[in-house]
Design a protein around this ligand. Structure first.
Ligand code: PEP
Ligand code: MG
Length: 889
């Protein structure tokens, strides 16, 4: 097994092995771009280390061989006293992970080589500054020394000299600082800063391996659903210097605007600085376009390289580069993160440029991004108190109470408060707070600062670099230009699409994408903005591509109409019990509690006309499209008075000696019907079998409504669905009665109704006996809510509040199985039931109507197992359409 790859040996498809950074460095090297030479230690080596606590035996020799080759190529040795080769050691996992140790620069510097570097560079200040950076980074990330200690010493040095920036410290100051930094290391770690270059390198490599499992990294992975066993690669790269004077510098660039997708020159440049200075947002950068004035040759070359990269990767790339005394070096590239809106725009732009086809375009966006675009925005017409303005770093409209540290953000959000995390700048330690907050506001840093990059990754609203807002985290306050002071707990609103920050709560309005789906804005119209245009086109690609049909879960005409506007191809689940909420609840109560046939018939008689009217409206709204009506499935406790409340009321009345006969009867009945596990109780088909006439009444209402629509020249396509079936016998009994009622209505109205009858598959037994059940069902609809509940034995009403947080934290699952289908368990039952059902009845229609029907990952699964449709809530229909298209592309 080979553990080390030279940059000339890898390529961009080896991300599993070389990590994203290593694979792309190799790719750029092979493209002939100016990449400083180096090599990558594989993720496999990291895995061995993490499993055994030791580097693989062969690693040391392999590293030596590659280092020697590097030294030979560069004509100098690592840490050589008179002319040292210096290297950077950088982590680089398959997925970019801000929660991990990033970089140690200047490895190879020591008391011995610092003077050699000074002589070679002809710059003593530079050499001592490089050395102090090494001790600082190495001390913090490799040796675990509190970074604040170095920062304080640096601040103190500046204070003592009466200056404000690092640049103002001269060689002698920095040399003193190096001595101080070394003291800090000795005091904090009980050992001296290592002087041996190879030891520095080996310790840094090991620290990168170990950084895979820091709490921060683990938290980030759980958030982003990155598997915990991938490991990280380590990149060893020869150093080039952006801090060698005014003809040097460092920067970041995007091949197009990550917020709008527009082509142009986007990025930041910092003269006479090293990379970390830009990313940390510590000093103020200039726009990349200014580089043309500063160093035209490098600028032209960079623009050329950006074009090469974009054509090669066929996507937006982001880039880190350094200029050392007029020579341009590429330090990193990757397919760049982007906002949700830009993802849609860029995908269609690339299609127009002929770089990708429609199928590929669909892979460049996600349902989650579309969902994000459907969030509301701030109302532009509302009166709002502008506090200040920063950089629009991650879109959305967020309102919350100001908090100035992560701890408070987490604490307040746990107690149900919405918070905006306000910091001067964020670093990986702020991750918890960023997750807890509605939005993030910083006063420092650009579009590539930590806050911006991480927030975009999480889909969180973020405004960064709002320099005019003075953030004082110690005193927990922020001061706006007019002197307005925001204290902890004051409400602020931040707009991640414009960068504006407002005092108080600003009202929000629907997104243009929703307006478009609602039909209130037309993509063809002149005023349609680019985003709507792009969404419109991508939806068309998806609709052309997808095999799955998409239906809606809707119980009333209004939802049905919206669903239809959003592209629903029918209703997959009409929950009839939802038609009896509110004032109609008592009618159901009366039915359930009826003792005599007379009482029951009276209750049913009252329900029939209401049901029929509901169905007529629904069939009309969905004319020409299938409507699956599920017969009543109320967990009893939702339809009966609360037993405790009723008991208290009766007890009080008895004490006053005016107990009423009705309440006493009701209490008795409620006692009789009370269940310890109502979700496993008298529900669904069981209720229909126990209460004579109930299902017959519903079937009659459906049939009569369908007949009425037919007579009105409509095209009703009703499907009758029986819930919570566990055995085919239940279904047969209900079917027999339903067939009889339908025949009666057909005869009475003289119409042929063509109603179909099917069942939900939402109990393990139903799935396991799907071959038998298909004998009596014309369609199956998987009720994955109940199926998940019963397969796992998790109460769907309780778990989220009780132990799921602990399960998620322990990584037992990365996401709730009620949200994304559990493929291995619940999913395997779905898969086998599909097969068994179709074996019995080849034309069996198959769908899903649990919440999973609108979940992106689950939609891909349902596509793969061969369902005919998914059904989800109206607002998730566009997401389901898009994901169904992506699954098929
Ligand atoms: C289901 O169980 O997945 C389902 C759709 O039915 P309900 O959520 O109404 O129980
Ligand atoms: Mg159910």
């Amino acid at each position: 097994q080979k553990f080390v790859y030279d940059f000339t040996e890898g390529n961009k498809d080896l991300k599993d092995l070389l990590g994203g950074k290593g694979a792309n460095l190799a790719e750029m090297t092979n493209l002939g771009l100016p990449v400083p030479p180096g090599f990558t230690i594989t993720t496999e080596a990291c895995k061995v280390y993490l499993a055994s606590g030791h580097e693989p035996a062969a690693l040391r020799d392999e590293v030596s061989a590659h280092l020697e080759a590097l030294e030979a190529g560069m004509g100098k040795k690592l840490g050589q006293a008179d002319d040292p080769l210096l290297v950077s050691v950088r982590s680089g996992a398959k997925f970019s992970m801000p929660g991990m140790m990033d970089t140690v620069l200047n490895i190879g510097l020591s008391d011995a080589s610092v003077t050699g570097l000074a002589a070679q560079a002809g710059d003593e200040r530079f050499a001592w500054d490089s050395y102090r950076r090494l001790i600082q980074m190495f001390g913090k990330t490799v040796l675990g020394v509190d970074g604040e200690l170095f920062e304080e010493a640096l601040d103190e040095a500046k204070r003592a000299k009466g200056v404000t920036t690092d640049i103002d410290l001269d060689a002698a100051d920095l040399r003193r600082l190096v001595a101080e930094f070394k003291d800090i290391v000795s005091k904090e770690t009980g050992r001296d800063f290592p002087q041996e270059p190879r030891e520095q390198m080996d310790l840094a490599i090991r620290a990168v391996f170990e950084s895979w499992n820091t709490e921060r990294a683990k938290l980030y992975r759980r958030q982003e659903r990155i598997p915990g066993d991938l490991g990280t690669a380590v990149n060893i790269c020869s150093m080039v210097f952006g801090n060698l004077g005014p003809d040097s510098g460092t920067g970041v660039a995007f091949t197009r605007d990550p917020a709008s997708g527009h082509q142009g020159v986007y990025g930041d440049y910092l003269q006479n600085a090293q990379g970390e200075d830009v990313v940390a947002g510590i000093r103020n950068t200039v726009p990349l376009a200014d580089l043309e004035r500063i160093d035209k040759a490098s600028y032209d070359q960079l623009i050329q390289i950006m074009e090469t990269l974009e054509t090669h990767y066929k996507d937006l790339c982001d880039i880190e580069f350094t200029i050392e005394r007029g020579k341009l070096w590429m330090l990193q590239t990757r397919v760049g993160k982007r906002t949700a809106g830009a993802a849609f725009r860029i995908a269609t732009q690339l299609v127009d440029q002929g770089l990708i086809d429609e199928a590929e375009a669909l892979q460049r966006v996600t349902g989650a991004q579309l969902a994000q675009l459907m969030f509301p925005r701030f109302d532009e017409k509302a009166k709002a108190d502008l506090l200040g303005r920063g950089i629009a770093a991650s879109p959305g409209a967020a309102v919350g109470k100001a908090v100035f540290d992560s701890y408070t953000a987490v604490k307040w959000s746990r107690s149900g408060e919405k918070v905006i995390l306000i910091r001067r700048e964020t670093n990986p330690d702020d991750l918890n707070g960023m997750i807890a907050a509605e939005g993030i506001l910083t006063s420092r840093g650009g579009k590539t600062s930590h806050a911006a990059v991480v927030a975009r990754g999480m889909g969180k609203t973020c405004v960064c670099g709002a320099e005019e807002l003075e953030v004082d985290t110690k005193r927990r306050r922020m001061t706006a230009p007019g002197g307005v002071v925001i204290e902890e707990g004051d409400v602020v609103s931040i707009d991640g699409s414009t960068g504006k920050v407002y005092l108080g709560e600003v009202p929000v309005v629907p997104s243009p994408v929703v307006e478009y789906f609602e039909g209130r804005m037309h993509a063809g119209a002149d005023d349609a903005d680019e985003l709507v245009q792009a969404v419109h086109r991508m939806m068309a690609y998806a609709d052309r591509m997808r095999r799955l049909r998409v239906r809606a879960n809707a119980d009333n005409a209004e939802d049905a109409a919206r669903a239809r506007r959003f592209g629903a191809q029918g209703i997959g689940l009409c929950r009839t019990e939802h038609m009896f909420l509110g004032e109609r609840r008592e009618m159901v109560e009366r039915l359930i509690l009826a003792d005599t046939d007379g009482e029951r018939e009276e209750a049913l008689g009252a329900l029939l006309p209401l049901q029929k009217t509901d169905f007529v409206e629904l069939f009309e709204a969905m004319d020409g499209l299938p409507v699956t009506v599920r017969l009543l499935d109320p967990p009893l406790h939702e339809f009966l008075p609360d037993i405790t409340e009723l008991s208290v009321r009766v007890a009080l009345a008895e004490a006053r000696e005016d107990a009423n006969e009705n309440d006493l009867r009701l209490l008795q009945a409620v006692h009789k019907l009370h269940e310890q596990n109502p979700m496993l109780g008298l529900r669904g088909v069981r209720l229909g079998l126990v209460i004579p006439g109930l299902f017959a009444m519903q079937v009659r209402a459906i049939a009569e409504a369908a007949a009425e629509r037919r007579n009105a020249k409509g095209d009703p396509r009703a499907e009758i669905m029986i819930p919570l079936v566990g055995t085919v016998q239940e279904l047969e009994i209900v079917r027999e009665e339903a067939d009889r009622v339908i025949a009666e209505v057909e005869a009475a109205t003289g119409t042929e109704l063509r109603l179909t009858i099917g069942t939900m598959i939402e109990l393990p037994r139903a799935a396991l006996t799907a071959d038998q059940i298909a004998e009596a069902a014309e369609f199956f609809s998987f009720g994955t809510n109940d199926l998940t509940q019963t397969v796992w034995g998790f109460s769907r009403d309780d778990v989220e509040a009780s132990f799921f947080t602990a399960y998620l934290e322990k990584g037992i699952f990365g996401v709730s199985p009620f949200e994304t289908i559990d493929k291995d368990g619940v999913g395997s039952l779905v898969r086998s039931a599909v097969k068994a059902g179709r074996a019995t009845r080849p034309d069996l229609k198959l769908g899903v109507c649990g919440e999973h029907g609108g979940d992106p990952e689950s939609v891909h699964f349902f596509h793969e197992v061969g369902l005919d449709y998914v059904s989800c809530s109206p607002f998730r229909i566009p997401v389901a359409r898009l994901e169904a298209g992506r699954a098929a592309a």
